[in-house]
Design a protein around this ligand. Structure first.
Ligand code: URA
Length: 211
């Protein structure tokens, strides 16, 4: 699929399999999600810009190196499940800035309704704005979030999710054909309630132990 990158590294697939397991409790689920988010962030940030710098080592006055401007990278977790991915990404990009967008799915129509938005200043100048949500299901929430970010001036948008449904990818593609989607898996389908099958259940409930 065009502009969809499935990250198939065995460690990522191992952790995803553990997360799918119905017997994995909230504590383990949260830890696995954090670890997976760090590992996936390596792939997602593979092409970010790095500037040349010189550094003094204990042995030599200058050595050529590179430095990434972390603050030009913005993470936007979609509340609430996206919060579970933030710490993992920050572990490898500690000075990245974090915005928040809150969306809920209207139960009858499955349409997304925005209830919270706080984004960093100068988002239009950032070299990467990464929307994070464990599940890309119907795609309605993701498209609404992309629209909201675009309205705020964000340009270099990408998506990182753990599991994507073909329906969700299609929905995002319809409106945003150019946006890169990074995922660990494309699952079979959505069920009648908009859950991904086989998926991993309700990610928010499993992260926060609310069911
Ligand atoms: N959100 C979830 O948490 N799980 C799904 O399967 C779909 C949407």
């Amino acid at each position: 699929m065009d502009k969809v990158k499935i990250i198939k590294h065995p460690l990522i697939q191992d952790k995803l399999t553990r997360m799918r397991d119905v017997n994995t409790d909230s504590t383990k689920f949260r830890n696995l999600l954090r670890e997976l988010s760090s590992l996936m962030a390596f792939e997602v940030t593979r092409d970010i810009k790095a500037e040349s710098v010189e550094v003094e080592t204990p042995l030599e006055a200058t050595a050529a190196g590179v430095r990434v401007r972390h603050s030009e990278i913005v993470l936007i977790p979609i509340l609430r499940a996206g919060i579970g991915m933030v710490d993992g990404v920050l572990q490898i990009i500690p000075q990245a800035r974090v915005g928040h967008i809150g969306m809920y799915r209207e139960p009858d129509t499955l349409k997304a309704v925005e209830y919270y938005k706080k984004l960093p200043n100068n988002i239009s100048k950032c070299q990467m704005v990464l929307l994070i949500d464990p599940m890309l299901a119907t795609g309605h929430t993701m498209v609404a979030t992309l629209e909201s970010c675009r309205r705020a001036g964000a340009k270099n948008l990408s998506i990182m999710c753990l599991v994507a449904a073909p329906e969700g990818i299609k929905e995002v593609r319809k409106e945003y054909p150019e946006i890169e989607i990074y995922t660990a898996s494309i699952d079979s389908r959505l069920d009648e309630h908009g859950y991904i099958v086989p998926g991993l259940g309700d990610a928010g409930d499993r992260i926060f132990g609310t069911k």
